[in-house]
Design a protein. Structure first.
Length: 260
C-alpha cells in the first residue's frame, strides 16, 4: 500500500468522514486561540492516549508524521534563538536572544504543531476522498459542483506524480537537458503544466457530458449517514479541548494569541 493512500483497515476508517472532520475542529480552534504550553500539552497528551485506538500501523504513522515533526523542531529552534525576549536572559549575541520567554514560546509552538498535525494525519490516513465528498455534500450541504470538482482535482494528484516520473524517464532516454538542473526542472515543469491543462480540459468535458453541475437535485450512489458512534467521537474531541482550556486557565498559562 502506498504511504499516500488511506488505510481502510484502520478502526477510525469506519467513522463518517464528516464526524472525523468535526472532531478535529474543536482541537484546532482551541490551539489557535492560545499559544501556551499547558493547553497544547494537554491536547497532545489526549491525542497520544487516543492514538492507539485509531488502528493505524506505526510505520505509516511515522512516514507521514516525521516531516511535520522535523518542521516543528525547526520552528521551535528558531523561536528559541529569535523569539521575543522576556524574563531571565541565558545567552545574547546579535539577533540571537535566548531567554525564559523564548524558551516557553518555543515549547508552546512545538507542542502546538504536534497537537494539530497528529489528528490531521489520522484524518487523512483513514478517510477516502470520495466518502468525504459524499459527506460534505449530503450532510453539510456544500455545493456539489465545488465538492466534486475538488474531488476530481484531488484524484489527479497521483497522476501528476506519475506524469512527472514518466517525463523524467522520457527526457533522460532522449538525452534532453542532461546538464543544467535548473533548466531541466523548468522545462519539465512547463511540460507537466501543459499535460495538466489538457487532462483538466478533457475531464471537465467528460464531467459536463455526464451531467455534473446540471441544475436540479442530484442523486448519490452511496448515501452518507451519521451514527451514534460518530457523535461519541466528536464528544471526545470536545472533552479534550475543554480539558485543555480548563487546565490552562486554572494554572494561569492561558494566553490569547492577540495579546502576544
Amino acid at each position: 500500500m502506498s504511504v499516500l493512500a488511506p488505510d481502510p483497515a484502520a478502526r477510525v476508517a469506519s467513522f463518517n468522514p464528516v464526524a472525523k472532520l468535526l472532531a478535529t475542529l474543536p482541537l484546532t480552534v482551541t490551539l489557535l486561540l492560545s499559544i501556551d504550553p499547558v493547553s497544547a500539552g494537554v491536547t497532545l497528551a489526549g491525542v497520544l492516549v487516543l492514538m492507539p485506538f485509531a488502528g493505524l500501523p506505526a510505520r505509516m504513522l511515522w512516514l507521514r508524521a516525521w516531516p511535520l515533526l522535523l518542521a516543528a523542531v525547526i520552528a521551535s529552534a528558531a523561536t528559541v534563538l529569535y523569539g521575543r525576549p522576556s524574563g531571565q536572559t541565558y545567552a545574547q549575541w546579535g539577533l540571537v536572544h535566548i531567554s525564559d520567554g523564548s524558551l516557553q514560546l518555543a515549547l508552546a509552538i512545538l507542542l502546538r504543531v504536534l497537537a494539530i498535525s497528529l489528528p490531521a494525519i489520522v484524518l487523512l490516513s483513514t478517510t477516502d476522498p470520495t466518502d468525504l465528498a459524499d459527506g460534505l455534500s449530503q450532510l453539510l450541504r456544500l455545493p456539489s459542483r465545488f465538492v466534486l470538482g475538488a474531488l476530481a482535482g484531488l484524484r489527479l494528484v497521483g497522476l501528476l506524480v506519475d506524469d512527472w516520473r514518466e517525463l523524467s524517464l522520457a527526457r533522460r532516454a532522449r538525452g534532453v537537458a542532461d546538464s543544467g538542473r535548473i533548466r531541466r526542472f523548468l522545462g519539465q515543469a512547463f511540460a507537466l503544466f501543459v499535460l495538466a491543462i489538457r487532462r483538466g480540459t478533457k475531464l471537465a468535458t467528460a464531467m459536463e457530458a455526464r451531467g455534473f453541475g446540471a441544475p436540479g437535485a442530484r442523486s448519490w450512489a452511496r448515501p452518507s449517514r451519521l451514527r451514534p458512534r460518530d457523535a461519541v467521537l466528536v464528544a471526545i474531541a470536545v472533552v479534550v479541548a475543554a480539558a485543555s482550556i480548563t487546565i490552562a486557565v486554572a494554572v494561569g498559562s492561558w494566553t490569547f494569541v492577540w495579546t502576544l
